[in-house]
Design a protein. Structure first.
Length: 428
């Protein structure tokens, strides 16, 4: 049933039918008999641009929008807008509604958009509205996505920088350290070529390494001596000078991203400290400062958003899709899902391997059964979601010892794998 939406009045109704190439949309403004039709490309930029046009046109009030519940990627893109009242319609519900009026079973995107509009306009009080999270959670969700995009920007720049250094100063890939770190930016910003580094002098070089690396005095002197004897990959002046200029340009951009990431991290830490579930998500093994806020944003604070754990597993794209026809049985991963949400659970599952004994045992067991690395990680993420959902519903921080005790009590096959791995690690 619909949850009250406060005093805001509905100023328009929309039926949106999702498709691989474009979304079919039907819109009816309040007080108008005219039904407007349009299509929006299946691109995040196009979808957000369309929402911006809606807000400009309907500057006051709420917009009721119905769409198929299975289309997680679209819901995830739209749920950040608090003026949109989303009504996810189960695919079977839409199919039954269609069958009532079109007994032939004929189906089209345009017809489904018409039916979704009719459902939200005439039967809104019978549908369950997707309630937007509170402002703190929405801000947290946006910040973690912005941070991830900034990290991706840094990765692109470091890849470009690494490829460039290989053409004229390959020694820097070892001498400067990790290109994404501030020390590498200092090294390459000050000495962007082998000639510049060797002209710096032994005392300056020694000071740099003492600031950024803890090397024994003998190992440091041996390294500095080898650096002094290093030969350039090329003496082509045109190539070297052009590459030096580009290296300095990339370093400047990386430094700006370092500053931006520090600012985002500070804002995230401050915001996450205020989150009511921050203790729960900080208790997760391997979550750390980066993944704990992402997991909190993934779950939200409204315990009614997901009716059961299967809904979350399917919505996030972690649950596989099974297709069967005759003797053919095909299991594949879910294409239509919020990619960042799926990535969050996938990365957390991978990070938990270092901190969780049962997670390592489960991963190893799946690998022995023939699963690929990423296949095993997705299977582990599927299992983690079920655990996290239970903790989230009961407001209970995760406790590894409690879960291991439950495995032992149930004589789970996983417990035997845990005991075996524990013995192996103890011997090692």
């Amino acid at each position: 049933m619909e949850t009250p939406m406060g005093n805001s009045e509905v100023v328009a109704w929309i039926g949106l039918d999702w498709a691989d190439q474009q979304h079919e949309i039907r819109l009816q403004a309040a007080g108008s008999e005219r039904i407007e039709s349009c299509t929006v490309e299946q691109k995040p930029e196009a979808l957000h641009a369309w929402v911006a046009q809606l807000r400009a046109r309907f500057s006051q009030g709420r917009i009721a929008l119905a769409l198929e519940q299975s289309r997680g990627a679209v819901i995830y893109a739209l749920m950040t807008y608090d003026f949109l009242c989303l009504y996810p319609v189960p695919p079977k519900g839409l199919a039954g509604y269609r069958q009532a009026f079109f007994t032939s079973g004929a189906k089209s995107d345009a017809r489904d958009a018409d039916l979704l509009l009719e459902m939200v306009r005439s039967h809104r009080h019978r549908l369950r509205v997707w309630q937007p999270d509170d402002a703190l959670t929405r801000q947290l969700r946006l910040l973690v996505e912005h941070r991830r995009q900034t990290v991706d920007d840094r990765t692109r720049l470091t890849n470009r920088l690494g490829a460039l250094l290989k053409t004229y100063f390959p020694q820097a890939l070892e001498w400067a350290g990790e290109l994404r770190e501030a020390a590498a930016c200092e090294f390459l910003g000050t000495w962007p070529s082998l000639q510049a580094w060797q002209a710096a002098g032994r005392s300056t070089q020694r000071k740099f390494y003492r600031r950024h690396r803890r090397l024994p005095a003998e190992a440091l002197e041996k390294r500095l001596e080898a650096m002094a004897q290093a030969q350039p990959l090329t003496t082509d002046r045109a190539l070297v000078e052009a590459s030096v200029l580009m290296t300095q340009t990339l370093v400047e951009q990386l430094r700006a991203l370092h500053t931006a990431l520090a600012r985002l991290d500070a804002a995230l830490e401050k915001l996450f400290d205020q989150h009511p579930d921050q203790g729960l998500f900080r208790s997760l093994p391997g979550a750390g400062d980066a993944l704990a806020p992402r997991l909190a944003a993934a779950f939200g604070t409204d315990r009614q958003h997901y009716q059961n754990v299967q809904e979350l597993e399917q919505f996030s794209g972690i649950a596989p899709v099974t297709e069967a026809s005759g003797k053919i049985h095909w299991v594949h991963w879910r294409m239509a899902c919020p990619k960042f949400l799926r990535q969050t659970f996938h990365e957390f599952a991978a990070a938990s391997l270092k901190k969780s004994l049962w997670a390592r045992a489960y991963y190893q067991r799946r690998r022995e059964q023939g699963a690929s690395h990423h296949g095993a990680i997705r299977a582990l993420a599927y299992k983690w979601i079920r655990i996290l959902y239970r903790c989230w519903q009961s407001h209970t921080p995760y406790d590894e010892s409690v879960y291991l005790a439950a495995l032992r009590r149930r004589h789970s096959p996983l417990w035997r794998a845990v005991a075996s791995l524990s013995a192996q690690e103890a011997q090692a």
